[in-house]
Design a protein around this ligand. Structure first.
Ligand code: BG6
Length: 505
């Protein structure tokens, strides 16, 4: 790999993310020959463990959460893995880390290039960079140093600004990679290609032709074993502040001048700067929050959020959020954007739906159930692809119109494996390509936009928290957000199919 040999240091190495995503993704890169010639991985966490014990754990993670079918190179791969325990909070302990890094460099013949991935609780995001700086592990004289920070970057605007200042005291913006795994998804990146490589879409991608834009990211799972974390987060911080707004950014941005990271990120930033603020007093009309309550799904009892482990039985944390907002610029002036996300909805699906304006005068007989507007559905997951809905004459007498689908599924591109988001993002971090990482200003703008909502929810008891039965599409009230006759959210799967999977209606 052209950008050099390096050591990949993972803080929080005994955690879930390391096991499930990071190590399987790095193994997959190894099998594909995408790691640098000389590469070593150092796991760091509080737990006492030997290199050998950590290697054994990582072997079983690669087997369990496998990213790639070829498991024949695991033995070779784990020989590149090392481990050290560290009191992460304690700057004085970081000499242990420098010592271990020095040993690995000597053993493997690797220079100073180092990546530090913070897969720790967010409270450590200020502490670790500072402690690394006390032992000069931010200094780039002997090779590049990069910091990868998981979300959430801050808890609200004030804490994000504080964190930003803390980190930028010792690190340069170019060294910081803020991960948003949605940006690593192949189909999220395909938004750029769909828009800017097809002459037919871009001329119609504006307020003159588009009626409204809808972005949905629904999950069928609940909070599982993350109740403790989720209580401090909620849907707005967990999904909207980062993933959904990034998808909006790519959907709404202007064409970048090039594919350089700075050019793309500048355009996304401009979208965020153009978000029309939702005033606190407007929150009750523009934002719906909900929380799942117990129900029965396919005959089985489904717990309500308040019954989940680690959750306060009186919790007011939202597990569903839907927002209507505008982007005040020339392209989007007056076009409403509707975004929603929730846990324990009927299915897992993330999609962007571009709803085109109707024809000025509809000539044909119209079935009230048939939409008269074209829709372009960009399916981000799980059935990645693109769907265009348009009207066709129903065969026979008269001029009845029916809606038909032109539907492309990524799965039809046979033999092409879609890499996981983490695989793509980790590889980019090794190459120093920050295109698919969020930069500080974007994160701050996103918090600015969401702050009045968070404050209003906190201060104002009049803003209701609606309960919705697990396995349904969230509070019915979110339908009221979408104004206009006959307009509703698109329900990619109205009823839970027997296997609980996405089904196109
Ligand atoms: C994470 C959230 O960032 O994204 C989780 O913390 C959520 O709560 C997950 O489940 C969804 O990611 P994906 O890739 O499954 O859509």
């Amino acid at each position: 790999m052209e950008n050099g040999n390096h050591i990949y240091v993972i803080f929080g190495a005994s955690g879930d993310l390391t096991k499930r995503k990071l190590i399987p993704a790095i193994y997959s890169l190894f099998v594909q020959g995408s790691l640098s010639d000389k590469f070593a991985l150092l796991g760091v966490s509080r737990t006492e463990m030997s290199d050998e014990e950590f290697r054994l754990n990582m072997k079983s993670s690669i087997n369990k959460f496998k990213e790639i079918d070829d498991l024949s190179k695991i033995e070779e791969f784990v020989q590149k893995i090392y481990y050290t325990s560290l009191k992460i909070n304690d700057a004085a302990d970081y000499s242990v880390l420098t010592g271990k890094l020095k040993d690995i460099r000597n053993i493997c013949g690797i220079g100073g290039n180092t990546i530090f991935y913070l897969s720790t609780p967010p409270s450590m995001y200020g502490v670790i960079p500072k402690n690394l700086a006390t032992v000069k592990l931010n200094v780039q004289s002997d090779g590049w140093k990069r910091l990868i920070i998981e979300k959430p970057f801050g808890y609200d605007l004030d804490s994000a600004l504080k964190l930003k200042d803390e980190i930028l005291r010792d690190w340069e913006e170019e060294q910081i990679f803020r991960i948003d795994h949605y940006l690593g998804k192949e189909t999220v990146q395909n938004l750029l290609v769909t828009r800017f490589s097809n002459g037919i879409f871009e001329p119609l991608w504006n307020r003159n032709f588009i009626h409204h834009v809808e972005v949905t990211s629904s999950e069928s799972i609940g909070v599982e074993n993350r109740g403790g974390y989720y209580e401090t987060s909620g849907a707005l911080r967990d999904m909207v502040q980062n993933h959904l707004l990034q998808v909006v950014g790519l959907t709404a941005m202007e064409p970048p001048s090039s594919l350089e990271p700075v050019a793309i990120r500048n355009e996304i930033l401009k979208v965020f700067q153009s978000l029309r603020p939702i005033k606190k007093e407007e929150v009750k009309d523009s934002v719906i929050r909900g929380q799942y309550i117990s129900s029965s799904i396919k005959g089985e009892h489904a717990k309500g959020y308040r019954e989940e482990e680690g959750v306060n039985p009186d919790s007011h944390t939202e597990t569903y959020a839907a927002i209507k907002f505008y982007i005040d610029n020339w392209r989007w002036g007056g076009v409403p954007f509707y975004i929603r996300t929730g846990k324990r909805l009927p299915t897992r699906v993330t999609e962007v739906v571009i709803h085109y304006k109707p024809t000025p005068h509809f000539l044909f007989s119209q079935d009230a159930n048939v939409p008269t507007c074209n829709q372009l559905v960009i399916r981000i997951q799980p059935d990645e692809g693109i769907l265009l809905k348009f009207g066709m004459k129903t065969p026979g007498a008269g001029f009845d119109v029916q809606t038909v689908n032109m539907d492309f599924h990524y799965s039809e591109l046979s033999n092409i494996r879609i890499p996981s988001a983490y695989e793509r993002l980790l590889h980019d971090s090794m190459k120093g390509d920050s295109t698919l990482y969020a930069r500080t200003e974007e994160v701050i703008e996103a918090w600015k936009f969401l702050s009045p909502i968070l404050e209003s929810w906190k201060e104002n008891n009049e803003v209701p928290l609606f309960g919705y039965p697990a396995g349904t599409w969230g509070p019915e009230h979110s339908d009221d957000l979408i104004e206009g006759e006959g307009m509703t959210w698109r329900y990619p799967c109205k009823n839970l199919s027997n296997d609980g999977n996405y089904c196109e209606l």
